[in-house]
Write a protein that binds this ligand. Structure first.
Ligand code: AHM
Ligand code: MG
Length: 338
């Protein structure tokens, strides 16, 4: 059986980007290196009681870091060392990180990322993930600036996520479909396991934090009730599955078919999730796999980006399910427009 590693695959696909001269390939490689390091630490998270509590000093005399802080530092370090990006935006940093170094002086890209999404799940041994989004810079030279990130999701040149789950997987797209790689720990390589991945047009899973039910827009409440009704023709009721770790919920739904919703609530009137480094990259992946991603009203990737940490409601997954949920939104929600 032929095994294709991520490195080989990227080289083979480089011809898709004749103008990119390998920079994008190197950037993806830098991300995969940080992912392996974070994977190693996530795997050891349960040992923290033995090796030292977060914030304490471990046996080597180093401060034990929270994993989300550690992940942030690893990705930033890998991207800086690679020299292909001129600025980074991260969920962990209030402001962008401009990069001003000799090796990055010709860098063409900026990266927005959520280094460890769903980090409340680490302490309970549940999957977490990293989400990343790559844009071509709009500034001309020098370190990147905030404006470089104020681009719609449609301008992404690549996006992906890593899921630190029962296996560690890296999924990415450059706008020519989605390919998934599973880390083989025995050789330390991501190997192509899900080539040209497609998501089903329909599914039987809905994923939403129903604890917030009373605070949802009417359209969402009605859609949830629709999912729960008995109907043979559409194989309802659907199953409710919510891990509370976005990458894990979305990854499962991508494979089996399903819908993930994080709507506006009366407590979070703009939604909870972030447009730049959560919703846009996930939307790019899901669309490239044949699914759909909207705010409940319009396409996520066309929402103008005006703030680094901008929030948006998200309806994402199998096309038919997203269409149905949007129809409920249109019919029942008149006051919650975003
Ligand atoms: P985070 O970036 O602070 O981890 O928040 C994002 C996470 C998603 O992974 C997950 O789907 C969602 O927030 C869960 O939120 P809630 O606990 O409100 O349902
Ligand atoms: Mg997050």
């Amino acid at each position: 059986m032929k095994v294709t590693t991520l490195g080989q695959f990227i080289i083979e696909r480089q011809a898709d980007f004749p103008y990119a001269k390998g920079e994008l390939s190197r950037l993806l490689r830098d991300i995969s290196i940080a992912a392996k390091i974070v994977h190693r630490e996530v795997n050891k998270a349960g040992l923290v009681d033995i090796l030292g509590e977060t914030g304490s000093t471990n046996i080597q005399g180093e401060r034990v870091k929270k994993l989300d802080v550690f992940a942030n530092e690893q990705f930033i370090a890998a991207l800086k060392a690679g020299g292909e990006v001129c600025a980074i935006a991260s969920e962990e940093n209030d402001d962008i990180i401009p990069i001003d170094s000799e090796i990055s002086k010709n860098a063409k890209y900026v990266v927005a990322m959520d280094p460890l999404d769903g980090s409340s799940n680490i302490d309970v041994n549940v999957s977490v993930g990293t989400i990343f989004s790559i844009y071509r810079r709009t500034s001309l030279s020098g370190p990147g600036n905030l404006e470089d990130f104020m681009q719609r999701g449609t301008e992404q040149v690549a996006a992906g996520y890593i899921i630190y789950g029962s296996s560690c997987m890296l999924m990415y797209t450059t706008g020519k479909g989605v390919n998934g790689f599973t880390l083989d720990p025995s050789i330390g390589e991501f190997c192509l396991s899900h080539p040209d991945m497609k998501t089903p047009m329909n599914g039987k899973v809905y994923s939403i934090n129903e604890g917030n039910y009373l605070h949802f827009p009417d359209g969402v409440k009605k859609y949830i009730k629709y999912c729960q009704e008995e109907d043979k023709a559409t194989e309802r009721p659907y199953s409710s599955r919510y891990i509370g770790s976005g990458v894990a919920d979305i990854h499962r739904n991508l494979i089996t078919g399903g819908i993930y919703i994080y709507p506006t609530t009366t407590k979070s009137p703009k939604g909870k999730l972030r447009l730049l480094y959560e919703c846009n990259p996930l939307a790019f992946i899901v669309e490239q796999a044949g699914g759909k991603a909207t705010t409940g009203e319009k396409r996520i990737m066309e929402v103008p980006v005006t703030e680094l940490h901008q929030r948006t409601p998200l309806f994402l997954g199998s096309q038919h399910m997203v269409d149905t949920a949007m129809a409920f939104m249109q019919q029942f929600s008149t006051t919650e427009k975003v």
